[in-house]
Design a protein around this ligand. Structure first.
Ligand code: SF4
Length: 690
């Protein structure tokens, strides 16, 4: 086999790759020159994909307890334990916890089983930790979770504002596109981030604002737009409601909350109000906040007020972390959504989906969001839990408490590719196919649906996720509704359902895609309707609210919930490093990627290190109200005084001295339920003094 066209499995940029297998389990990988996300570019992680195909630590057979088992025995047990919990305690006693690593087809199958057949909405995903605040912000402003822009807007903008987004390390190919645009057209770049990240290397202005104060910054921008006659009054009059209330609220908030120098703030406001082609890119620094939804709406307010949305080179742009966070949103992979951007709480939408599925059940209220879900596990309310392709024992906030909850749950099944901290707590482990072995689709941050294609045989007894879900459904008595033969069948059913969403005004009709050859499907950005094919949303209004007008919202900025105090004097920011992905189950297989940064670390300002007696590369004990870890210090003025930063990748095995997310408080944002992963409070003690 040669030249298989597929998609990188790491971040939400969704780069196309061309893979040439050697027939012996290895493959060479290069960027796909024809894929619109990357046009041949790759980052360090994508380039090293061929080094991560080994079978080290792979799960190759089903496991019950500590023993290998047959598929029949494992699936019978899973179906029996879920059926028993439902019979004895009702459908809300079971839950699925999914992942933005899953393919759209797998996500669709899981949602159909738990919502339409089991009858509970207790299905959430690690994407809740990644971009739920953007989903909630979009729904509040636009009436549906719709990203208005496209990647080429970055190429065409004159000003790009990156808010809480370390694009250079977390979305590297978009960073490469921005560097190219800056070179070609002199694009100005503003980075809004408390920390001086690698992305600041190309910043014309770095706004190192106070942690969590982003809404105050964008309220100041809204006031400046109004005071400098930069509001698009025609657009607002035709397409927007709530302008006066949003502006009044913005005027009542104090820009001093940002802690920014007056001159820096003035420069930003000058650029933001006088440049027409502005793209505001935002990511985890906005989303992972107890006021994340409000921050998103503060940004959307500015773009709506100025009419800079949905036109070339302008718009708000939420970039997702995971490769298929967007695909999960499209098939309703969150506890408060239905497939195809339909609403769980809308009776007409519920009826339409249930009618299409011809299913026996449909919940009429949202299920438990991630943090609530694991709280319910801890309290014994969830009797059976299925975790698919994610490692919540490491990645959830208050991770040690989550690990204890999983361990104490009556029945836990985990489907995954390799052993993780979470599989080690499971009653049943199901071996799943990995990237390169499975077939399906993913959707990237600009709504482009791309194929993932197999080029390796499934090892051992590994099985596709959609098939495992269908196998369990069949054992629970729902054989016909899950009788797909392959992933293309699942996609065709999902695409047909999207036609119903189109009938309900969602502009998400991709049903025409079934006419294309699924195997040959080229990268396709929705919407695909005749009016808006492949383009952007909202330049001429057409929002998904009842009056088709966008809603500007009054925003009162709120700082992080946890407050520093003498016993917890430092604010902990968590994030990622350039060459690792999530809990390193794949990237750690590449020696090249491991060379970048070999172990967990804690960035601390030189003045704070001196006060604590910490020398470079010595160890510090980090404690929070939730947990503790021991980390090697990296002394740098990239972080401000009083702030520290630690990456979250290292797990129980690779970080025996503690998991960083065990330090993070499980505080969440209203509306989105997204945890505040970047603003916990900690204390530090030198373990090996200078
Ligand atoms: Fe993969 Fe993201 Fe790198 Fe593209 S930017 S190659 S999708 S990790």
């Amino acid at each position: 086999m040669s030249g298989v066209r597929t998609t990188c499995p790491y971040c939400g940029v969704g780069c196309g790759v061309l893979v040439t297998p050697d027939g012996a389990g290895n493959a060479s990988v290069k960027g796909d020159p024809d894929h619109p996300a990357n046009y041949g570019r790759l980052c360090s992680k994508g380039t090293a994909l061929g080094e991560t195909l080994g079978l080290e630590d792979r799960i190759l057979t089903p496991v019950i307890g500590a023993s290998a088992a047959s598929w029949d025995a494992a699936l019978d047990l899973v179906a029996d334990r879920f059926a028993t919990a439902i019979r004895e305690h009702g459908p809300d006693s079971v839950a699925f916890y999914l992942s933005g690593q899953m393919l759209t087809e797998d996500y669709y199958a899981a949602n159909k089983l738990i919502k339409g057949y089991i009858g509970t909405a207790n299905v959430d995903t690690n994407s809740r930790l990644c971009m739920a605040s953007s989903v909630a912000g979009h729904k509040r402003a636009f009436g549906a979770d719709t990203v208005p822009g496209a990647y080429e807007d970055l190429d065409q903008a004159d000003l790009v504002v990156l808010v809480g987004s370390n694009l250079a390390w977390c979305h590297p190919v978009l960073y490469q596109r921005l560097v190219a645009a800056k070179k070609a057209r002199g694009t100005k770049v503003v980075v809004v981030d408390p920390r001086r990240t690698a992305t600041c290397d190309i910043a014309d202005l770095h706004l190192a604002l106070a942690s969590g104060s982003d809404a105050a910054l964008f309220n100041a921008a809204l006031v400046a737009l109004a005071d400098r006659d930069a509001v698009d009054e025609t657009y607002v009059a035709r397409h927007v409601t709530g302008f006066d209330a949003a502006l009044a609220s913005a005027r009542a908030s104090d820009p001093a909350m940002t802690g920014l120098p007056v001159s820096d703030l003035a420069m930003f406001l000058d650029w933001f109000t006088t440049t027409e082609r502005v793209v505001t890119v935002y990511s985890q620094g906005i989303n992972q906040s107890s006021s994340g939804t409000d921050k998103v709406n503060a940004i959307l307010n500015c773009h709506l007020a100025s009419g800079r949305i949905g036109r070339p080179g302008m718009g708000p742009f939420s970039v997702t972390g995971q490769p298929n966070a967007m695909g999960g949103r499209e098939v309703g992979g969150l506890a408060n959504m239905l497939a195809c951007h339909l609403e769980l709480e809308n009776p007409a939408h519920r009826d339409a989906v249930q009618g299409f599925w011809n299913s026996p059940a449909m919940p009429d209220k949202p299920g438990l969001k991630a943090v609530e879900l694991f709280d319910a596990v801890a309290q014994g309310q969830i009797k059976a839990l299925w975790v698919i392709h994610t490692n919540p024992a490491v990645s959830m906030p208050d991770a040690d408490a989550v690990a204890r909850a999983i361990k104490g749950c009556d029945f836990v099944v985990v489907s995954d590719v390799t052993q993780t901290d979470t599989t080690r707590l499971a009653d049943v482990i199901l071996p799943a196919t990995a990237w390169g072995e499975k077939s399906g689709t993913v959707t990237n941050s600009d709504r482009t649906i791309s194929r993932q294609r197999p080029f390796l045989p499934a090892p051992g007894q590994a099985r596709d996720d959609w098939r495992m879900i269908a196998d369990v459904a069949a054992r629970m008595g729902w054989c016909d509704a899950f009788g797909w033969s392959n992933a293309g069948d699942v996609f065709a059913e999902y695409a047909a359902l999207s036609g119903i969403a189109g009938d309900l005004g969602r502009d998400f009709d991709i049903s025409g895609l079934v006419q294309a050859d699924y195997d040959a499907l080229p990268p396709t950005r929705w919407p695909v309707s005749a009016q808006r094919q492949g383009g952007r949303f909202f330049a001429q209004g057409g929002f998904f609210t009842p009056d088709q007008r966008a809603r500007m919202l009054p925003i009162t900025p709120r700082l992080p919930v946890a407050k520093t105090a003498p016993h917890y004097p430092f604010r902990l920011n968590t994030g990622r490093v350039r060459d690792q992905w999530h809990t390193m189950t794949r990237t750690a297989l590449s020696p090249r990627l491991n060379q970048h940064i070999a172990e967990p670390f804690l960035e601390i300002h030189p003045d704070d290190a001196a006060t604590l007696g910490l020398a470079p590369a010595t160890l510090a004990r980090v404690t929070s109200p939730q947990g503790a870890a021991i980390l090697r210090v990296a002394i740098t003025d990239r972080v401000q005084r009083g702030q520290v930063f630690a990456p979250m990748h290292w797990t129980g095995e690779t970080a025996p001295t503690g998991r960083v997310d065990a330090l993070v408080a499980a505080v969440t944002a209203p509306f989105s339920g997204q945890p505040e992963s970047k603003a916990s409070v900690v204390a530090l003690t030198a373990l090996s003094p200078a």
